[in-house]
Design a protein around this ligand. Structure first.
Ligand SMILES: O=C(O)CCC(=O)C(=O)O
Length: 259
């Protein structure tokens, strides 16, 4: 087995993975400066207990450092290794801030609820920690192996104002299984975590005095096809396809391709 096989086998079994020390301290400083332009510290300078999580989508369009990171082939290569696929395309990037003083709970969900316009379910989120993520600062929790439980609930594509709890839809024996499968993904700044779009995940409040800053790239297997009927009709124009139903690279760039 080579490294790719080991990593792919771990991800296939667990539905998540952590890789330490992917981005250097200099890289984190540069990305944090860009992050702070998108979500300025003045937004959370005055303690406001129980504030919601703050998210901005597509910050890469205006910030070169963020664009470089989310288009970096070495990041996408982790996704190719995780999924065992040949081509990886960028779906979206998000900056996420969990405010200090008990802010920013994210309910349990599967990303496929929001990205289920692509089939098969082969989208992976790569989260880069810009600050240390600890249990105290509300690090992300996953349910180990839950990517093999299927998709629970309805898809809510581009029409959901907030992430809602779908773990609560599970019946009692599954809820017990969920408790036993919970893992907390603590990260140091510069580490990444990856999770499959069917892996249940969420995070609790940030009880620390510092913000938790995360940069997320959502990437997908270029072999996925678009299911147009799952998109709101008014937004279909934002999802151009090639003649064969794959999302066009003009809008969703190929960021990694095996020879
Ligand atoms: O970082 C978190 O706490 C939650 C992130 C999340 O829900 C996601 O990446 O889909």
């Amino acid at each position: 087995m080579d490294d790719d096989d080991d990593f792919g086998a771990f991800f296939a079994a667990h539905g998540w993975a952590v890789v330490q020390g992917v981005v250097s301290a200099e890289g984190i400083a540069e990305l944090t400066a860009a992050f702070d332009e998108v979500l300025p510290p003045s937004l959370y300078a005055v303690p406001a207990p129980n504030s919601p999580v703050l998210e901005v989508i597509a910050a890469s369009r205006a910030h070169a450092a963020i664009a470089r990171h989310v288009h970096y082939p070495e990041i996408a290569r982790f996704v190719a290794r995780a999924l065992g696929c040949r081509r990886v395309q960028l779906l979206q990037d998000t900056v996420l801030l969990k405010p200090p003083h008990n802010g920013g709970r994210v309910e349990w969900h599967q990303d496929h609820t929001y990205t289920g316009f692509l089939e098969p379910a082969a989208t992976v989120s790569v989260r880069l920690a810009l600050t240390d993520d600890t249990v105290d600062s509300g690090c992300m929790n996953v349910l180990d192996g839950s990517h093999r439980w299927g998709h629970i609930g309805e898809t809510r594509i581009l029409n959901a104002g907030s992430v809602t709890d779908t773990l609560g839809l599970l019946t009692a024996p599954w809820a017990e299984r969920a408790r036993a499968a919970t893992r907390s993904l603590e990260l140091r700044a510069g580490d990444i975590s990856l999770h499959h779009c069917l892996t249940f995940h969420g995070s609790l409040e940030n009880h620390s005095q510092q913000p938790r800053k995360t940069l997320i790239a959502r990437l997908f297997d270029g072999a996925c096809t678009l299911i147009p009927s799952r998109l709101p009709a008014a937004l279909a124009g934002h999802f151009p396809t090639n003649g064969d139903g794959h999302l066009a690279q003009s809008a969703f760039p190929i960021v990694f391709q095996r020879d």
